[in-house]
Design a protein. Structure first.
Length: 103
């Protein structure tokens, strides 16, 4: 009985520590803001937002995180359906708008 109780307490301690780690990770996203990018082109779009880059296939949408301390972010538009190589053009967006369409 004591062994079962010790195992249960150690499992509870591990689970509690895991929940604390998750709550700290979600607090990090409080410093960022989210938005939706819609790619209306026939090529791939690569957005450079908080946390790195996000590739958006043709005629698709992706939720992204933006950094509110940075008022703008850039997207590259590529000719092909996969991102890479030389971009056809660059587009700058205001991060505070929350909905963006690349045409």
């Amino acid at each position: 009985m004591k062994d079962k109780l010790r195992r249960w307490i150690s499992c509870l301690a591990v689970a509690t520590a895991g929940m604390a780690a998750v709550s700290n990770a979600s607090a990090y996203f409080g410093d960022e803001d989210n938005g939706l990018i819609t790619n209306s082109t026939n090529g791939c779009v690569r957005a450079y937002v908080a946390g790195g880059r996000v590739d958006i296939p043709p005629h698709a949408q992706r939720f992204v995180w933006t950094n509110p301390r940075n008022p703008y972010f850039m997207v590259d538009v590529f000719k092909w359906s996969t991102c890479g190589g030389k971009a056809v053009r660059n587009v700058w967006f205001r991060a505070s708008d929350h909905y963006w369409t690349v045409r």
